[in-house]
Design a protein around this ligand. Structure first.
Ligand code: ATP
Ligand code: MG
Length: 559
């Protein structure tokens, strides 16, 4: 598939069918409902691309709705980050930003209706007791001794719960369904619990908060969502949502479950990501090694690459695990098209061109992006004093090493053919190479057509600026860090996942880039400017290496 193909999947099949039968009068209205209890991750990106993508494809609408039903875990910081991330991914909810807390009054009214109909009761059992009474898949549950309270008593107790007359956990409101149901979610689920905690939107107004399972279907109904798309684990909750909506006799969305995204070398749960942050194993939610959208943004992943990744993995009913290399492949692909090329040396070795005059500068015209002519050219200064990559020289090269070596001529990219004449050492360490250019090879080719086997990058020592470059590897050493029996996922954090190179030398044009700007260092990979940069110090992140390990992986799999 290439990017012009419109996606097709079972969710869109269902929508097509609904549109044909006129189920929602051709209306398509989805929502993305994050809980603001952490930063969004790449799994959420899949859901965002699906929900907003469908709205776009069908000229429908997609709401952003914060599921803010748990004040203990939610915060303004998370709200802000989610808003920024969804926007950055390229999606627009227009004027449809909603909150579960917008509906707290309505939900409470409906809860009172349930009590009045004898379909809900106030329970005194503790959380542990409720769990014991619930039974398990092979054992039917038992009724709570408080299940048969009168409507009047229930109404009074519920009102007292709301008025703050009980402590946390002292009482709950439960739906009266069936403690023997084969569906555990129908065994008298909790609708409200007592939490004496201020809420970021409603302040101190409430001390009882709706449970997710009570709230979620109601919110979809209130917003007249047509297709309520969620991950597979909610399949078993669907009968409960249906029961609530049927009892209320209100509008019903169609819930559709799809398989969540799993990625190799990654954990994909806000709880685990929060642990990494809280334990200081990463520098924050936006650490470039994190699978969060903010981490990926900081690392230099373009939003278009993430959208393309989501398009390629598609949506299915069956869970599987996607190779991290596919995501990196999409990032490389996008940056190959869009990123400007520069030269930078991460591990500098001094080179002196002995037949090039001191103090003179030869400005080479260099193409900014061979994939995009409109990106133009820039001047790159060539001088007597240069740096090359230490790895690009070997004093005693083995057979297949074609880069610089004593007596050998190589091409200095975009400049001249250069021959190494002498190696300068201090003690046993190589500190400098004395070299000569062929003045007739300006531009990189000799007039006599002789060939050189290797092209290397360089920077002018007289013009280069210093930079700190941060190289990232996968955060975990295991493909499935959370799935290792008897081990904690944090045991697999790779202590070498961040490698900092302090005294890198990069070409002067890098100075003009802004935080977040992505580019290629020729032969090294794609990079971007990190937010830790200041006027007098540049910090650069490596976004991804140049080598396409995904293509290699596919070859290995015989594709
Ligand atoms: P986590 O398990 O990471 O805490 P969550 O499901 O609790 O995630 P929510 O904020 O409730 O997080 O999720 C918002 C939406 O994103 C939900 O509709 C959820 O189904 C979807 N989502 C979460 N994780 C994934 C994933 N790995 N793949 C696809 N969709 C996901
Ligand atoms: Mg959730």
């Amino acid at each position: 598939m290439d990017s012009t193909d419109a996606p097709h999947d079972f969710v869109r099949d269902i929508i097509d069918h609904d549109n044909e039968t006129g189920k929602y009068d051709g209306r398509v209205h989805t929502r993305f409902p994050p809980e603001p209890n952490g930063y969004l991750h790449i799994g959420h990106a899949k859901s965002i691309c699906l929900n907003f993508g469908i709205a776009k494809d069908y000229q429908g609408k997609c709401n952003l709705r914060f599921d803010d039903t748990n004040p203990l875990k939610e915060s303004e910081e998370y709200v802000k980050s989610i808003i920024e991330d969804v926007k950055w991914l390229g999606f627009d909810w227009e004027n449809r930003l909603f909150w579960s807390s917008d509906y707290f009054d309505q939900m409470y009214e409906w809860a009172v209706d349930f009590v009045k109909k004898g379909k809900a009761y106030v329970d005194d059992l503790s959380a542990d007791e409720i769990k014991d009474y619930r039974g398990d898949v092979v054992t039917p549950g038992k009724n709570s001794p408080h299940r048969d309270r009168s409507v009047e008593e229930n109404l009074e107790l519920l009102e007292k719960m709301r008025a703050g007359e009980f402590g946390n956990g002292e009482k709950t409101l439960r739906a009266k369904i069936d403690m023997t149901s084969s569906n555990m979610y129908l065994r008298d689920p909790i609708m409200y619990r007592i939490v004496h905690a201020p809420h970021h939107n409603t302040g101190d107004k409430w001390c009882i908060y709706p449970m997710y399972d009570w709230a979620h279907g109601l919110e979809d109904s209130i917003e007249t969502i047509t297709h309520s798309i969620c991950t597979l684990e909610f399949e078993n909750h669907r009968p409960l949502y249906d029961w609530f909506l049927d009892e209320l006799g209100v509008y019903h969305p169609q819930q559709i479950e799809f398989a969540r995204l799993n990625l190799t070398y990654t954990v994909m749960s806000k709880r685990m990501l929060k642990e990494l942050v809280d334990d200081g194993l990463v520098t924050g939610w936006d650490d470039p090694r994190m699978p969060t959208i903010s981490g990926m943004r900081r690392r230099g992943y373009p939003p278009a690459a993430i959208r393309e990744f989501c398009r390629r993995i598609g949506v299915a009913k069956k869970e599987n695990t996607i190779a991290l290399q596919l995501l990196e492949h999409c990032v490389r692909d996008e940056l190959n098209r869009s990123a400007l090329r520069y030269m930078g040396v991460l591990n500098p070795l001094k080179v002196t061109i002995t037949n090039f005059p001191e103090g003179e500068t030869d400005e080479m015209d260099v193409i900014n992006n061979p994939e995009d002519e409109s990106a133009g050219t820039r001047k790159v200064p060539f001088t007597r004093n240069l740096y090359i990559e230490r790895d690009d020289f070997m004093e005693d090269p083995p057979k297949k090493f074609f880069r610089m070596a004593p007596g050998r001529e190589v091409r200095f990219r975009n400049a001249y053919l250069v021959t190494c004449k002498e190696v300068v050492k201090e003690e046993d360490e190589i500190v400098e190479l004395l070299c000569e250019v062929d003045p007739d090879s300006r531009g990189g080719d000799a007039p006599d057509g002789r060939r050189v086997k290797s092209t290397i990058h360089w920077v002018s020592a007289d013009h280069a600026i210093d930079a700190e470059v941060r190289l990232y590897n996968t955060l975990f050493t295991e493909e499935d860090p959370a799935g290792q029996k008897g081990k904690n996922f944090k045991d697999f954090v790779d202590p070498n996942s961040l490698e900092v190179r302090k005294s890198c030398k990069v070409e002067p044009a890098i100075k003009d880039l802004k935080v977040q700007d992505g580019f290629q260092f020729e032969r090294l990979g794609y990079f971007c400017i990190d937010q830790d940069s200041a006027d007098d110090s540049i910090v650069i992140n490596r976004t991804v290496t140049l080598r396409d390990t995904w293509a290699k992986l596919q070859k290995k799999m015989g594709k």
